[in-house]
Design a protein around this ligand. Sequence first.
Ligand code: GLV
Ligand code: MN
Ligand code: MN
Length: 427
Amino acid sequence: MTRNTHESRTQMPLHSIDVARLTGRIRELGEIGRDPQGQLTRLAGSDNDKAGRDRFVGWLETAGLEVAIDPIGNIFGIWRDEGNADAAPVMLGSHIDTVINAGIYDGCYGVLAALEVIETLKGRGVVPDRPVVVAAFTNEEGVRYAPDMLGSLVYVGGLPIEAALATIGTDGSVLGEELERIGYAGDAEPGLLRPHAYVELHIEQGPVLEREGFAIGAVENLQGISWQRVTIDGVANHAGTTPMAMRNDAGLAAARIGLFLREHIALSNAPSVATVGTMRFEPDAINVIPSRATFTVDLRDPDEDRLQVLEAALADFLVRVAAEEGVEISVERLARFQPVGFDQCIVEAIEASAKAHGLKSRRMTSGAGHDAQMIARIAPTAMIFVPSRDGISHNPREHTEPADLVAGANVLLDVVERIACRGWKGN
Ligand code: GLV
Ligand code: MN
Ligand code: MN
């Protein structure tokens, strides 16, 4: 066995993860949770989530890792030995829950590549100076339970466990009851391991790396996220007999708000993005003016001040629309996370690892939310991105070339070797 010190690694050749094992597991996990039409959906706490978790825990056990599950269902595969058990671990990971009709890479790639890194190091007989841990955090997507990144938020103490377990889902389910039901309400202490560093490998989910010809993104920050649910109450009336000027049309008011966001951002020339991703009308009938519209608004910007300005512009517009359309509008906050800056030393380690592997890298901002933004509250953190074909994600067409998956995992491997060694940042 070789203890992998900073000095010895500089003489070592570059190593690679096991390509077939990594890509095989990504495909295998991607088959779990498909409906008869072939759509992949593993929402947090669902039966499909349980099936995915079971497979993942099976792989952790086969790899000889210590498995810990905390009360919010976060799963940890811990690799430590007597010599390093007292040191704070290097934590790697992401999530294995999915959106509705998902692709197979979002989150799963980072989790399975983290496991792959540990197995590769173990297989080589390397014993790092620190434990290395793979984490799969609960409900990162936030599709069934808001907020997103809920498991990692609880892990860092940003949301009390009782409040998190009491979260009501879009289907009326209670998260804590669902975790009990599927056998993933664990008994490990919340926040059981305080990482020395956290690194999350993820597909980019956007077009930049592919378009610009880079293999690796060294992610140095992540934009702020604002989620709200808007409810508009109007008056149901006959679609044929009610003159246009005499309507209190909740549907029309909702449509105006969606359009406002698009036009406002275009005029402001900011990199902000706005999405109305869900919309429901009541009574939802072709010949009835909607009495109620309920929809969600997702606003994001890398700059906190700009995000606040956008939120204020929306709030002002809601007042105006309510008056002009004769409707009542109420707003419920679902999530609000400020932009996050990542750790420069880890970002530099990612750049150095990419260079050592002969891979072109560029620094970038994450447009998506990730568990890394929560863990950054308690540990030095950064992310590695690999290209997404056509920039598509949250869609079954999500794809990353195997060569890019391997490149990202090898950079993660190299980064772990750098930062899990004595001599790196405060050892
Ligand atoms: C998580 O996937 C997000 O919404 O950014
Ligand atoms: Mn993700
Ligand atoms: Mn996602």
